[in-house]
Design a protein around this ligand. Structure first.
Ligand code: B16
Ligand code: MG
Length: 228
């Protein structure tokens, strides 16, 4: 029987929906460069690092630039993106997330953030969830992008929990692969058709409880450390 001691959460697409702000900012850059950037194109950037996202965008536009030019473009996109996330409020936390995080904590399960985003600290601050996490690993503390497992392995290490006792919550295929590569279980957030590599998939956290979490895995134990 597997014991679950920690849960590691992706940020964008799991706790908040910042994809819409990334879309506006990337679209603006694409328009400036003279080509169309669609919602379908934006799907390809989910869970992908900022510079890797720019590479995909330039591939869509069929354009090539020098490294310094690309850094300037990424910086420009981020400046616009930040103007949106600066205005975020706790109302933008996806339904059911605070309740589920609290229930995990009340069951003695440690919680970490495992996100590719360098803007994670600002987002957590704006949505007032910083204090909920026992560890935060984000784009500022990793050198390898998902599907490399670095972000999740660092999260487990900072929590002092073995990878096999961690479950990752992810909305992106690259993130689910990263969890697998880390030797962790994974719950997909989204569509089962897209996230088939996860142990199981839920549409979101609305109505999702620790009891359903245990039930879905079938053979896990979540130890309740309260009062011990
Ligand atoms: P930033 P996640 C990812 O966050 C986003 O899904 C992805 O679209 C974005 O490009 C990446 O963060 C980097 O974000 O530009 O803010 O550093 O899903 O891993 O929480
Ligand atoms: Mg994500």
């Amino acid at each position: 029987m597997t014991k679950i001691e920690a849960c590691i959460f992706d940020l964008d697409g799991v706790i908040v929906d910042t994809a819409k702000y990334h879309f506006i900012a990337w679209k603006s850059l694409a328009e400036e460069l003279g080509f169309e950037f669609t919602h379908a194109d934006n799907e390809r950037l989910k869970g992908v690092s900022r510079m890797a996202s720019l590479e995909i965008l330039l591939e869509i536009g069929g354009l090539q630039f020098s490294e310094p030019e690309k850094w300037t473009m990424a910086e420009k996109k981020n400046t616009l993106y930040v103007t949106y996330i600066e205005e975020m409020t706790p109302d933008e936390i996806l339904p059911g997330v605070p309740e589920f995080l609290l229930e995990l904590k009340n069951n003695g399960v440690k919680i970490a953030l495992g996100s590719a985003s360098k803007n994670s600290p600002m987002i957590l601050d704006r949505i007032q969830l910083t204090g909920m996490f026992d560890a935060v690993v984000d784009g500022n503390s990793i050198t390898e992008a998902k599907p490399n497992p670095e972000v999740f392995l660092k999260g487990a290490e900072r929590l002092g929990v073995l990878p096999e006792n961690c479950v990752v919550f992810e909305d992106a295929i690259a993130g689910i692969e990263a969890a697998r590569n880390a030797g962790m279980r994974c719950v997909g957030i989204g569509e089962p058709q897209t996230l088939g590599m996860a142990d199981f998939v839920i549409p979101g956290f609305d109505g999702f409880t620790v009891s359903k979490f245990k039930g879905a895995f079938g053979e896990i134990t979540i130890e309740n450390h309260i009062g011990t």
